[in-house]
Each structure stands twice: as C-alpha cells, then as structure tokens.
Design a protein around this ligand. Structure first.
Ligand SMILES: *[C@@H]1O[C@H](CO)[C@@H](O)[C@H](O)[C@H]1NC(C)=O
Length: 796
C-alpha cells in the first residue's frame, strides 16, 4: 500500500517546488475561447519548433517539423512546388524508397501554410509523416494540367518492378489534414487521383476536400486504395469525379463523408468489413457500387446516412444467397429521389427506393442469429433495430461524432510547450516531475503542447480534467521502471482524470507506451467522465507497446523459441476505462507489437496481458479503434453501458495456444479477467459480461496463427472461440467478421455461431449480419431500461 501512495505524494511535493521556482509565466486566467486574430496563421505554423526524435542517431540535428516554405515552396498558385514539398518531406534520411519498410526514428510533421501549391507529380507521404495544412484556411494542392503519377498524395509508391515502398498491412502512422486537393486541371479523361491511400492502422485523413471534374464522363477519383489494414478517415468532401473513392482494404471506419456530383460515390473493390457512419451522397449516379464477387467485398455497415437525387443507392455485382451472403447492414438511411435503394448490376431490384423521400430503418442482408441458436436465418429485409441510448446520439438522432480538435481559433500564446517548461523528452531523462508540474500549473489555462519526443516517466502521471494536450507527430509518454513491474500490483503509466472526475479532456497526436520490462503497467487508465457530450476524448492517439527503438532496452532473451516469460512482458493492460468514466475514442490503436518497426524483424517478442477493458457506464464511443495481440483479450466489457463501437478490429497473439492463455500472465479478479481452461486457450477478441446498451456496428476479429504457424487460418482452426457474451448482457451486434476461428460467437462460453456457415470467401473471412440475445433476455433489458429511466428521468 505504502508504495502505491508514495509516488503521488512525491509528485505533489515536486510540483509545488517547480511552480514556486517560477518556470514560465504563471497562469492567471482560464483557457476559454480561442483568441487568434482572423489574419494570424494557424498556431502550428508559429509555435516554437523544438521537437526531437529521441532515438534518432543525431537527435540534435534531425528536424521533426518542416514548413514547406522553408524548403522553397511558394504556394503562389503559379510556381511548381513539387520538388520543394518532397524535399521538405524526405530530408533527414527518412524511411522509404523501397529499402526501409518502417521506422519510428525519422518522424516528420510537414506543415503547409495557407496558399495554393501547384504540383505536377505525387507528394510522397513517407512512413511516419503527418502532412498538415493550415486549419484556419486550408491550403490548396493544385494538380497541374501536366500532372503525372498515381495521386497528388501517395502513401505507398510503386517501384518500377511492381513492388512497393511499404508493405500495405504495415503501412502505419500517417495523417493528412486540412487540404483542398484540386484535380480539375487534369484532363477529365485522365485518371487524376487525390490520394493513393493504401494504409493500415494508426492512419487518418481529416478535413480534406477533393475537387474533381464534373464532366459526365471523367476518370477522376478522390481516393484510390487497393489494399491495407486500416484505419480511420473523416470529415471528407469529394466533389465531382468518376469515383469519390475507389477502395479495397481489410477494414476501415469512415465517419462524415460527403460526395457530390460523382458518378459513383464509393466503389468497394474488396474488404472483410467496413463501417460508414454519417455518409451524405448528393447527385451521383450510384452511391455504393460494390464488387461482391468471390474474394471481393464481404461486409459493409452503413449507418446514419442521407442520399439525394441518386438513381441507385447500392449496387452489388452479384446476388446474395445464404451460401454467399455479402453482408450488408443499413441503419437510419434517408433517401430523397433515389428510385432504387439496392439493386444487382444487370439484375433485380433488391430493395425499392422512392422518387420522393423515404427512410430505411434497419435493413440487413446476410445471415442473422438470435440467442443460443446457431441456426442461420438468411435475410434480405428489415431486421431488429437497435435501441440506441440517447446519450450516444446527436440532436438529429445520428450517432454523435466529434472531429479531432485542432484549436484553429486559438492564438499561439494560448499554448505552452512542455519542453519550455523543463521536460526533456529525450528518451532517457525522467520527466515525471516536470510533466506533473506542468499539468498542475496549466491544466485549465493553456493548451499543453508536447513537443515531439519520448517522455520517460517512472511513476503514474495524472492528466487532470481540464487538460487539452497536443502531441507533435505522435509524442510519446513511456512508463519505465520498478513502479510498473509487478503484475499483482499493476499501476497506470498515465491516469486520465481521477476516479469520479468529470470535465473536458482532449488528447490528440500522442502515443502512450512503456519501456520494458513492464508486466505491471496499465498504459492508460481513463477515469474522466464527459461534462458535455464528447468533451472527454482521444483522437489520433495510440497505445503502443514494444516494437520500437527504445522500448526494448535492457531486456534480452525474449525470442519466439524461448519459454514465454513475464520478464518479456511490456504491459499488464493497454487501456482501462473505469466504471465512472465516459469517453470518445476516434482512431485509437492499442497495439502490442508483433514485429519491430525499426528493425522490421520479429526476433524480439513481447507480451501484453490485456487490451482494452471497459467498465465505463458511458456514453462511450469507440470509432475506428483496434486492439491487437494482447494475451487474455483484446476488448473486454464488464459492467459496461452505453457504448457505440464501430468498426472494431482485433488480432489474437501469434504464439497461442503455446502456451495457452493466460500464460505468461495469471488472471486477476480485481480486473474481472475471464477464466481460461481447455475450453479457451487463446485470447478473446471480445468478451462481454454484465453489460448493457452496447451497440456494435462492424467488427473484424482475426486469428491468423497457431504457435506462429499460419496453416490453421484457411480452415478456420487457429482458435475455437473468439467472442463471448454472457447471458446477462444486452448487446446488439451488426456486421461481424472473423478470420481463422471455428466459432464466431459464443454465449457464456458455449460456441453458437459456426464460421463455416458464413464464409464469404473460401479460406478467408466469415461474416454475419446480426446477432442479439434471445427475447427472454430482452425482457431483462426492458426492466433495466425502466430502472434507468427512473434514475435519469431526462434520459429517454
Ligand atoms: C463533417 O465534415 C464537414 C467537412 O469537413 C465539417 O464541416 C462538419 O463539421 C463535420 N461534421 C461533423 C459532425 O463532424
């Protein structure tokens, strides 16, 4: 007990000492609204840039931040800025060219002041790059009439031999924000493309407009994506074009997309499962054109969307049948002048639309299930609508969404730099005291800027409610040392709020991590409850455990062939949402590394006990989140309420079942761990107990290996069970896909849904469209609901 109290007391003492020593200006006023003048540039342009890459061989000379104008870009709408922009991105021996698959030690934030930048060939988005335009006045990337290349922004260039710079499923850590990409000078007959976005986890596109040809025949497209394992994108507008987006990827979450005047808003070439939330399609010929042949699009969930003046909302290339369901889930879709809601190309109308206005409530195509019955009911029609808690919805009845805050109305004087305040971020100095002092001093009065770097902490850091903090190209806070080395007495590296606290907390562009060994680290413990809808959240921020320079220091002998040992453990848990908390999580990846990003090797092996445990009473949104390779489970909901989850993605650890879960960890009742035995030897992708009002729209839960051997995958035998829902929980699951597991869903430990009945593609993924508990537990649900309404009379 003493050891758990001591660091807190010490932290306080230190914070007073530092405050008294008079670092920086004292904080006299609360943050309030932004005070930037209309003419001033976005704060990111003006703030002092002193971020470092802590583990780069020469951190003192490596520049993380680059302003393209410092490299000669003019942004005058005339000069060809291609070479200058690419120089800004590539300088500093960065990772790419087909000779480097990934690296965390050459990060870059590439900033574009407002202006119009003419480009004639692709802007190459190197690995670990954030490309950010002025958020107050987004710059335009103007493709010249002579533009040649795959896209204006290219995240994975092709080499002349057909190989690519990066492996599509490992193409992580990218973000592009605040741009207008104008393709209209490219001849309409040419396949001018806004973004070649072939990416995987920890990637985002935010606030981008692509303006294309509106000729009735043209070959422009907003996004071209042939494969990958993403990812999140949101707040996008595509005007004109043949395709708003032409996409194929294992899984993706798209929130808030508008497509106007395209031939086809979204062409889906292949996937295992995508979730589209708040999609607005106007004046197109086809909304979603889906290649549904073998090996193509398996599952799509489209919710809270509007389609106007578009002859066909969804067109599939094949008919759906019980043996080839091509799962589709539609929920809350408003059609205006859309005569065909769903049709088969060259074939029958599956669902009529209307030349007037109509709303599709909840409509499913594919196999649906109920309770403990494993009998598939093939459906093409209305299915049970979810009961959505009002706390999860916005004023128009859609699932609430909130864009990554960028503070574009704030003046640079409203920010404070942690480096200016004495934190080092150099990957070795213990920054615990400095960071604690900064939060104590500036929580409610400045936006706290974590200059790029790796901030090592040796005891728990509390981010108090009121904090708004921004990283610079994914600044890292990493827990290290004896405080985090006892699995029987786990400790948070970072606590967000204290138990019972409420208020705003905004965290963007950060990574939370550990430096092993760290068997007792809870990387992030989330305690804060929102004070207004969506006020407590995490955007483009990740929990990354192992697998990068610096994280493996001092731990040896952890290999695939060695007996799994707690000495090789790098976390007890990734993210814990405690019972009184609520939170908005968008684009969060909770990753125990399966390979080393800096050496691109798999020789070093690490273990993390648990992925995400939510006991949150909500409202909690998990939008475009993923959790991978944790030993006991990837997502566990215990006593959780009022959650929206879509799309969620998991992978089981590759070594299981040798040894079987929970080894090398032991279960801990204080964290409501599931039990394991011969019935369950691998991680649960999703474990749900005593939880209610949980909505899942889109899940991709994968198990690719047995003891590092992939031969189990095409026979769905890498693990027996992957999702467990106890009989007491009330949860509605739409559009769930699995790979490599025999059963897709179990109830109280007993397998119910067999993946073989829902195989979309031979030897690959299985999808079902809906599962909910049987009606007897719905009665319990109604009783719970009544109880809740009595407690919260306004929450109807
Ligand atoms: C949706 O995106 C548009 C365009 O970026 C933006 O103006 C709007 O505020 C976004 N809406 C939501 C709910 O995020």
């Amino acid at each position: 007990m003493l050891s758990s109290i001591l660091p807190v007391v010490l932290g306080l003492v230190v914070s007073f000492a530092v405050a008294a020593s008079g670092h920086g200006t004292s904080c006299t006023r609360t943050l309030g609204a932004g005070t930037a003048s209309a003419s001033s540039p976005f704060w990111l342009q003006s703030i002092k840039h002193q971020g470092i890459s802590a583990y780069n061989p020469t951190p003192s000379s490596y520049n993380v931040f680059r302003n393209v104008k410092d490299f000669g870009a003019k942004g005058d709408g005339v000069t060809d800025d291609t070479a200058a922009i690419n120089q800004a991105i590539s300088s500093g021996s960065r990772c790419g060219q087909g000779t480097c698959g990934s690296s965390t030690i050459t990060p870059a934030v590439v900033f574009f002041p407002s202006g119009t930048y003419v480009v004639s060939s692709p802007i190459i988005a190197y690995y670990y790059t954030q490309i950010i335009g002025d958020a107050k006045k987004p710059p335009t990337l103007l493709a010249s009439s002579k533009f040649s290349g795959i896209a204006v922004i290219d995240a994975d260039p092709y080499l002349s031999n057909g190989a690519q710079w990066y492996i599509n499923q490992n193409n992580m850590f990218r973000s592009v924000r605040n741009f207008v990409i104008d393709l209209r000078q490219i001849p309409a007959s040419t396949s001018g493309t806004g973004l070649h976005w072939q990416v995987s986890q920890a990637t985002s596109l935010i606030n981008i407009v692509v303006t294309m040809s509106t000729a009735s025949r043209n070959n422009h497209q907003g996004i071209y994506m042939e494969s990958g394992s993403g990812g999140f994108m949101g707040d996008l507008v595509f005007d004109g074009g043949k395709y708003g987006m032409w996409v194929g990827n294992q899984q993706f979450t798209v929130r808030n997309l508008t497509v106007n005047n395209a031939n086809t808003a979204v062409f889906g070439n292949w996937d295992w499962g995508w979730t589209f939330q708040n999609i607005n399609i106007n004046n197109c010929q086809v909304g979603f054109d889906l290649n549904t042949g073998s090996g193509a699009v398996g599952a799509e969930a489209i919710i809270d969307s509007t389609v106007k003046n578009t002859p066909i909302f969804i067109r599939t290339s094949t008919t759906s049948s019980s043996s080839s369901p091509r799962s589709l889930l539609l929920n809350n879709i408003k059609l205006t002048n859309v005569p065909i809601a769903i049709g088969v190309n060259g074939g029958a109308t599956v669902l009529k639309g209307s030349t007037e206005s109509t709303t599709i409530g909840t409509w499913g195509q594919g196999n649906i299930y109920s309770g403990t019955s494993g009998a598939a009911k093939f459906t093409q029609g209305s299915i049970t609508a979810a009961t959505k808690p009002s706390s999860l919805l916005d004023g128009s009845g859609k699932v609430f969404g909130r864009t990554h805050p960028q503070y574009e109305t704030y003046a640079v004087s409203q920010f404070v730099s942690v480096r200016d305040e004495g934190a080092k971020g150099d990957g070795t100095t213990d920054d615990t005291a400095a960071i604690t002092a900064i939060f104590a001093k500036y929580a409610n009065c400045k936006i706290i800027f974590f200059d790029a770097g790796t901030y090592v902490v040796s005891s728990t850091i509390t981010i108090p409610s009121g904090v708004k903090m921004v990283g610079e190209g994914w600044s890292v806070i990493a827990g290290k040392g004896t405080a985090f080395q006892d699995q029987a007495n786990p400790k948070p590296v970072v606590k967000v709020g204290s138990v019972g606290s409420s208020g705003p907390v905004e965290i963007t562009d950060m990574i939370f991590s550990t430096i092993g060994p760290a068997q007792g680290a809870i990387v992030v413990e989330w305690n804060v409850h929102e004070s207004t809808q969506g006020s407590a959240g995490l955007w483009d921020s990740h929990i990354r455990i192992g697998g990068t320079a610096g994280t493996n220091a001092g731990v040896t002998g952890c290999t695939r062939t060695a007996e799994p040992s707690l000495d090789c453990a790098a976390a007890f848990m990734g993210l814990h949402l405690t019972p009184q908390s609520s939170g908005y999580f968008e684009g969060t990846w909770v990753w125990l590394a399966d390979h080393d990003l800096d050496t691109m090797t798999t020789s070093e092996v690490r273990y993390s006990g648990r992925g995400i445990l939510s006991e949150s009473g909500g409202p909690t949104w998990l939008i475009g989140t993923a959790s991978e390779h944790h030993t006991l489970y990837e997502y566990s909901l215990v006593g959780a309420q009022n959650h929206y989850m879509g799309h969620i993605q998991t992978e089981s650890p590759y070594y299981q079942p040798t040894p079987a879960a929970p080894a090398p960890f032991t279960t801990n009742v204080a964290y409501s761990d599931p039990s394991y035995g011969s019935f369950q030897t691998s991680a649960w992708a999703l474990f749900v107990k005593k939880s209610h009002d949980i909505l899942i729209y889109g899940a991709g839960l994968y198990s690719f290996f047995q003891n590092y051997d992939q031969s189990c995958y095409s026979s769905q035998t890498c693990q027996a069970q992957i999702v467990d829902i106890d009989t007491g929980s009330q949860i509605q699951i739409y559009s769930l896909t699995t790979v490599g597991t025999t059963s897709q869903l179990s109830v109280s430990g007993k397998a119910v849904i067999s993946s073989s009945k829902n195989l979309e593609t031979t030897g690959q993924q299985s999808s079902f469209t809906f599962w909910a508990p049987s009606s007897s537990s719905s009665k319990r649900k109604r009783a719970l609901k009544r109880h809740k309404m009595q407690r919260h009379p306004t929450d109807i």
